[in-house]
Design a protein around this ligand. Structure first.
Ligand code: UDP
Ligand code: MG
Length: 153
């Protein structure tokens, strides 16, 4: 038993830095793009560590985006992110955070590189189809916000 615990702890440490957190946002779920987006994530070489269809309450969406509390778009963002189901997932790959930001493209789809998830599926700077963590530290915090240890594989 002790050996097993030590093994999984070591595994967690070795994987640090190779995980990111994503949400397929309510606009993309409503538009029927869950499958298309997951296909792009798989094709780009990410392994799914954890995943679920869920819905954020306004309170939980406000908490998740608390760093943007003072920004003018915060109210709209919280309303949008709690407007319908999302797919939350933890993804694993070498250089996961940066490579996933490259795969999704710029926040505003008007500036997103061709072929990126946001270029293909986002409709506006607010309703931009997917979330991607911006650092290893935030990836760990955001993953733990949505998933318990027994839901990660
Ligand atoms: N957002 C918005 N208006 C803006 C900037 C951002 O509605 O001018 C929303 C958008 O949904 C974005 C989220 O707030 O994805 C978080 O903003 P951030 O700057 O962190 O962009 P991201 O990291 O998602 O690219
Ligand atoms: Mg961000």
């Amino acid at each position: 038993m002790r050996a097993q615990i030590q093994h999984s702890f070591k595994h967690t440490i070795q994987m640090a830095g190779n995980r990111t957190f994503t949400m397929i946002k309510p606009d993309a779920v409503r538009a029927g793009n869950i499958g298309n987006i997951l296909q792009m994530i798989n094709a780009a070489g990410f392994r799914i560590v954890a995943m679920k269809l869920t819905k954020l309450s306004a309170e939980k969406a406000g908490e998740f985006y608390a760093v943007h509390r003072e920004r003018p778009f915060y109210g709209e963002l919280v309303e949008f992110m709690s407007s319908g189901p999302i797919v939350a997932a933890i993804l694993e790959k070498d250089n996961a955070v940066e490579d996933f930001r490259t795969l999704i493209g710029a926040t505003n789809p008007a500036n997103a590189a061709p072929g990126t998830i946001r270029a293909k599926y986002a409709t506006s700077v607010g309703e931009n189809a997917v979330h991607g963590s911006d650092s290893d530290e935030n990836a760990a915090i955001e993953g733990a916000f949505h998933f318990g240890g027994v839901e990660m594989f």
